[in-house]
Design a protein around this ligand. Structure first.
Ligand code: FES
Length: 116
């Protein structure tokens, strides 16, 4: 039974370590990733620099690189790790239950500030 607040978004077996994917949870588009160390993370799917789709980028350890201009975000905190983005993205808790990837989407978030 899924605990309130957590939404099943994928099968863990479908996303190998080192990969990111675009998933939907409660109407939000998210970048879900499986880090090389086996941990998981989920952040907003839209880059704060100029709207790049982060779930279509590359994952390097636990950093997502935007496919448009190469900004990097921490997959588990949403913090900016490399320019040209300046503003962070929202991050969401992730857990694995019975082979399902579940993301907690009812956490406080803020509107993304695009263009920093
Ligand atoms: S849109 Fe992501 S780095 Fe420019």
């Amino acid at each position: 039974m899924t605990e309130p607040g957590y939404v099943a978004v994928a099968r863990a077996a479908d996303i190998a370590p080192g990969e990111v994917a675009v998933v939907e949870a409660d109407g939000k588009s998210l970048c879900l990733g499986h880090c090389d160390d086996g941990s998981w993370g989920a952040i907003d799917n839209v880059c704060t620099h100029d709207g790049g789709i982060l779930g279509e980028g590359e994952l390097d350890e636990c950093a997502v690189e935007c496919p448009r201009h190469g900004a990097r975000f921490d997959l588990q905190t949403g913090k900016v790790l490399a320019l040209p983005a300046v503003y962070p993205v929202n991050a969401y808790p992730v857990r694995i239950v019975d082979g399902r990837v579940e993301v907690k989407v009812d956490v406080p978030t803020r509107e993304l500030e695009i263009g920093g």
